[in-house]
Ligand binder design. Structure first.
Ligand SMILES: [Zn+2]
Length: 111
């Protein structure tokens, strides 16, 4: 691994990492994984961001679909994670397929 490989993100707070291209990454406790969105630039696919890495707000909601562990087995749908990130907290909407659906929790720290 080169130095470049190790520095592909900038840790701007315990909860947020900034990547090339104006992208931000936060840790989702519902998916036990990171979600990435673009907050710089314009047009579709660009989220609003309150410029507060300690207590970020992103608008509109973040909708992620991916193949969960059961996808394709007995007609199981892809995993869905749909959330609002507001003031450093993440509100999971009812259409999430993980166990955090309907809950609001603090954004997790990257470790
Ligand atoms: Zn998620």
């Amino acid at each position: 691994m080169t130095d470049d490989d190790k520095r592909w993100f900038e840790q701007i707070s315990p909860k947020l990492r900034k990547l090339d291209g104006g992208r931000m990454m936060f840790w989702c406790p519902g998916c036990d994984g990171a979600h990435m969105i673009r907050v710089e630039g314009a047009g579709p696919g660009c989220w609003g961001y309150n410029d507060n890495p300690e207590a970020p707000t992103f608008t509109p909601s973040v909708l992620v679909t991916y193949n969960g562990p059961n996808a394709g087995i007995d007609g199981a749908p892809p995993a869905v994670c749909h959330s609002f990130v507001t003031d450093g907290r993440i509100q999971f909407l009812g259409d999430c397929t993980h166990t955090f659906a309907g809950q609001t929790v603090d954004l997790a720290d990257f470790d």
